[in-house]
Design a protein around this ligand. Structure first.
Ligand code: HGY
Ligand code: MN
Ligand code: MN
Length: 414
């Protein structure tokens, strides 16, 4: 990092006013945000972002997947772009930091570099990716950009196809447009993402910055337990084929299984859909949203085998049939050593303590790593809370992260 750059810092007031204005869009009474991808609130947030990009006199590009790019031509005319970004969509009733911190820090970095009139060896882009949070298809925007997204993914959204189609038309997107958003990897110099840790290791270890080593792999599966609808009043309990019993037994069993046999991995049953879903009918079918995560593919394979054996045992115990439909399989990804090195140098230059740590959350960086060197910067999450209105990061930590993003980007781009 040359001398002139090392004293550069973000404009904290501008960064904060952007952050606070954005947090109001889709804001909830408990201080979180509810901005599911392509919802009215999410589209309003994107309209707001477009305004900020225009006010910063940066060029804007929106690709076929709805990814919003602010462009700064600080490099050669047809040079490659170093992308900095994250996402503005949230989980239902989520927190106001998960995603927006990275998008607004990226925008702030481009504004500082533009104000300084710096010319670099690559151009810079600040990106807001579409549907990182799997409202319909997880990492949809970044997977579209890298060319990883297939028509099959769009035809099997995690919500109903009708809802997905309505959302696409609300946002002015089409499936073919999304699939056409694939970008030539030769135009991408790399990717950097600032994000909250969404865990409590940085707080516990009293470190300012986390430098991500690996992002876990994530597999999502629909399981279905199939029994028999019966009268809930006249059918003796021991003569039922009750799909709810199978789903409940499975859910309890997999918690114990993973804690015992895969202690550094996780499993989640995030939803159950009952049919015919009536007080007075023994459930005939229960659809279970199963997701599990680990930092290596062979661990994921062993987990999948053990979890499905558990489903078989639960079904057998209650005289049920069961089915599994794969939804998503996202591989674990190592971050790039050169990018990690740039982040380390930024921390040292800014006198910030740091630690290398893995990410239990998935991120767009996972997709972007398939087309160029990618890296992630974490800042502490108070209490480790995230994906809830309790999500909170101290403002100084947000600014530390944005300054590390600025310096790491300059190291990679000059
Ligand atoms: O689920 C995740 O890990 C990310 O927040 N989409
Ligand atoms: Mn998230
Ligand atoms: Mn996120």
């Amino acid at each position: 990092m040359n001398k002139t750059f090392s004293t550069l810092r973000i404009n904290q007031d501008r960064f904060r006013s952007h952050f606070e204005a954005l947090a109001k869009i889709g804001g909830t009474a408990e201080g979180g945000v509810h901005r599911p991808a392509l919802s009215e609130a999410h589209l309003e947030a994107r309209r707001w972002l477009k305004k900020q990009i225009a006010q910063a006199h940066l060029e804007i590009k929106i690709d076929g997947a709805g990814n919003h790019h602010a462009l700064l031509g600080c490099g050669p005319q047809d040079g490659t772009g170093l992308l900095l970004g994250s996402h503005l969509d949230s989980v239902p009733n989520g927190g106001r930091f998960d995603g927006p911190l990275g998008v607004l820090a990226a925008l702030e970095v481009l504004q500082v570099i533009k104000e300084q009139g710096l010319s670099l060896k690559v151009n810079l882009e600040a990106v807001d990716f579409t549907d990182e949070e799997d409202c319909f298809v997880s990492y949809m925007g970044s997977r579209a950009l890298t060319g990883d997204l297939k028509r099959h993914d769009l035809q099997n959204p995690s919500k109903s196809r009708d809802l997905f189609q309505q959302a696409l038309s609300r946002a002015g997107l089409t499936e073919s447009g999304i699939l056409a958003a694939a970008r030539d990897p030769k135009t991408v110099a790399g990717y950097l993402e600032l994000h909250i840790e969404q865990g409590n290791r940085l707080i516990e270890q009293r470190k300012d910055i986390g430098i991500v080593t690996t992002i876990v792999g994530i597999r999502s599966r629909w399981l279905k337990f199939l029994g028999r609808a019966d009268h809930a009043g006249t059918t003796p309990v021991n003569r039922r084929r009750d799909a709810a019993q199978g789903a409940a037994a499975f859910t309890l069993a997999v918690r114990d299984l993973v804690m015992k046999d895969f202690p550094d991995s996780v499993v989640n049953v995030g939803n159950m859909e009952f049919a015919p879903a009536a007080f007075n009918v023994v459930p005939e079918a229960v659809k279970v949203a199963l997701q599990f995560r680990a930092d290596e593919n062979n661990k994921l394979d062993r987990m999948e085998k053990a979890l499905l054996e558990e489903a078989g045992r639960a079904a057998q115990r209650f005289g049920l049939r069961w089915e599994m439909a794969p939804l998503e399989s996202i591989a674990p990804v190592d971050m790039n050593p050169k990018v990690q090195e740039a982040i380390i140098r930024a921390c040292e230059n800014l006198n910030l303590s740091y630690v290398m740590l893995s990410s239990g959350a998935g991120h767009d960086a996972q997709s972007m790593a398939s087309i160029g060197p990618a890296g992630m910067i974490f800042v502490p999450s108070a209490g480790g809370f995230s994906h809830s209105p309790r999500e909170f990061t101290e403002w100084q930590d947000c600014c530390n992260g944005a300054n590390v993003l600025l310096h790491a980007a300059l190291t990679l781009a000059h």
